[in-house]
Write a protein that binds this ligand. Sequence first.
Ligand SMILES: Cc1cc2nc3c(=O)[nH]c(=O)nc-3n(C[C@H](O)[C@H](O)[C@H](O)COP(=O)(O)OP(=O)(O)OC[C@H]3O[C@@H](n4cnc5c(N)ncnc54)[C@H](O)[C@@H]3O)c2cc1C
Length: 376
Amino acid sequence: MEHDVVVVGAGPAGCMTARRLAELGVDVLLIEKRPEIGVPLRCGEATSVRGIRELGIELNKKFIANETRGVYIYSPNGTKVEMLSETPNGYVLERRIFDKFLGIYAAKAGAEVRVQTQAVGLLKSNGSVGGIKLRHLGEEYEVECRCVVGADGIESKVGRWAGLDVQTSEMVSNAQFEIAGAFLENQKVLEFHFGSRIAPRGYAWVFPKGNDVANVGLGVRDSSASALEYLKRFVSSRKNLQGNVIGIVAGAVPVQGPVEKSVENGVLLVGDAARQVDPLTGGGIYNAMRCGTIAAEVLREAAQKNDFSEKTLLEYDRRWRAAIGKVLLTSLKIKGILEKMSDEYLDAVARAMQAYKFKNIDIKDVGTIISRLPPD
Ligand SMILES: Cc1cc2nc3c(=O)[nH]c(=O)nc-3n(C[C@H](O)[C@H](O)[C@H](O)COP(=O)(O)OP(=O)(O)OC[C@H]3O[C@@H](n4cnc5c(N)ncnc54)[C@H](O)[C@@H]3O)c2cc1C
């Protein structure tokens, strides 16, 4: 068997890369180790309307649980800052269905998709990649290819096999309940809660999915108790969240910023595998898909030149950093500032911010405001 490119992992990064490759006429195989794309869920499911539009993803009601119109940010003592928009600027997705649709779009575009197929090793020849070893239902076989895309998430093996430095030293541990019977003040607004007693070095979120269902989760770092413990405390302290837990999610997000190098001879990393997730918000859906489209364009050029060397693929590294690198670095900086702020200072900042009427503000602008605050 032979393909130009094999994409490992059918999350947002892999599906988008495979779809665009197929649309550009490149022969691509997309593999996913799990039996079903999109399952199990490991996500808060919030993303921006702008991002989905920009990437030209065909909307389908089946994967949009809710449209949101802004955020409430709560400081440790509960002071609320409202940032609302007149028009919807966010989606809470049904990611199990969203990811599956991304897989369907890739297949429709012409990618070959195989589930329950795990990458177990790279086949190398003359210092480059000549193929990949796959396992399906206990049986191992080899596929020849000229390039492997590691879209295999935070636990990326492809990067390690290629000798890239993908060691993650800073992670946020997350836990999330999907709660049926979450009676929120506003079903169209995302809530973010800060405070060392709520979520040390992280934050808690409440993302409404409509029909009184919400994703309620939090992320913590270097904490004395687990994320799940903090989440149980957060939920039990709030009368409006005493519904039934219909789903539990646990997972980690890398927050040290992107990998130093995302390509090798015949190998390219995209999405969480390249740590393209935002280190401040933990949002990675959009970045994964955006970088997937960039990867596909560079891979098409490589296929045309019949040259998948590191030198050629470095163009991908350069282009994705030009697209999202600045935002990731700003987020890293703001994360550092926020982590040093005491609860009292955060309360004072929230009180000062209450004086402003934030209308149609982008969540990114909040970062700019925080980065300009005087030190605690
Ligand atoms: C609790 C939590 C909440 C989050 N909330 C949000 C949010 O609200 N908004 C947001 O934008 N981001 C959020 N994120 C981050 C977001 O989920 C990720 O950034 C995003 O899923 C990255 O996409 P990806 O395609 O790179 O990786 P993934 O979605 O992790 O996909 C990787 C895929 O590769 C497959 N795979 C792995 N190894 C192999 C192998 N050897 N062979 C074959 N297949 C393999 C996996 O099974 C998986 O399907 C959250 C993360 C967590 C943990």
